[in-house]
Design a protein around this ligand. Sequence first.
Ligand SMILES: Nc1ncnc2c1ncn2[C@@H]1O[C@H](COP(=O)(O)OP(=O)(O)OP(=O)(O)O)[C@@H](O)[C@H]1O
Length: 358
Amino acid sequence: MASIDIQDIRKSYGAVQVLHGVDLNIRDGEFIVLVGPSGCGKSTLLRMIAGLEEVTGGDIAIAGKRVNDLAPKDRDIAMVFQSYALYPHMSVAENMSYSLRLRKTPRERIQSAVSAAASKLGLDPLLERRPKALSGGQRQRVAMGRAIVRQPKAFLFDEPLSNLDARLREQMRAEIKKLHGDLGATSIYVTHDQIEAMTLADRIVAMHGGVVQQVGSPLDLYDRPANLFVAGFIGSPGMNFLSAHYVPGENGASVRLGDGTLIALPQKYTLAADEPVTVGIRPEHVELSDADGTGVDAGVELIEPTGFGTILHLTHHGLPFKVFTVDRTHLNAGPAVKVSFPPGHLHLFDGEGDRVTS
Ligand SMILES: Nc1ncnc2c1ncn2[C@@H]1O[C@H](COP(=O)(O)OP(=O)(O)OP(=O)(O)O)[C@@H](O)[C@H]1O
């Protein structure tokens, strides 16, 4: 196991810069998830750590040793890909033992490593099969087994569950988390799936446009997103954003929506009167009541029952927003409801899209 230190890492393909200076210190044993939309540079960063892409600028150190110019095989890390990358002509056991055989590891050591990994992953009955006789989930387990037997300093995962159906993804996600709990190995996991990021990570690194937007625990990112991008990316259904202007007010600060509606804020902020801001509130934090209740008027556009809860698509003076509720009485909401925005759940972002904290 090892720490991984990334300092001012930059990557360009010709004139196109895709990583703009990434700094990240990963602790020994930590599970880090790189998350972001397609094209944000997360796979490129992972591949640079693995040694599969050249570093344009900056430094990468594994266990305190600079590895920029070290070949992938000399970095002592194992990579698990979306495509599994298994050898079709080898059995499961041969696939798992391949790297150890290359290293001329003694036969008994190979056997005990393969059998320990196989039993951890439930692969014992499949050891003699070829990959083509396995399901997608079983193949991904073999790919993980192959990584485990090497006892690498770190595991790198590149969207390993993308090819699996939703139920299997959920199951494998839990298995990966349990495996990390057992092995305690430093892991970096790339995904565009925010649920995977939230459930697996000790810390999430949210990326956008080749720039790290925020690094923190899953709940840090959920509770205190650093900017509009993170606020919108983490959480499902996504956070509602309302354009507004800041009103300092004598009896506490508020924001004024376009139609003049005032929404109370939890505190005063160091913003100028009338400064344009964006207010964010998660669908699960909006409070709903009947049309004759208290709050702001909203029209009901669409009701989506999910079983666990209900998503209501609402509008307030043409402004669309969503509410999520587990209260089934709202399944039959009429054409109009009232909503209120609890001040403690509001997020405020300035004109640049950055979180306003004080
Ligand atoms: N070999 C290459 N040559 C030129 N541009 C590249 C190359 N590889 C990646 N890119 C570009 O670099 C950017 C980052 O790509 P990268 O694969 O790291 O994104 P990603 O966040 O992992 O996306 P995805 O989830 O789609 O894999 C993209 O704009 C991509 O087009």
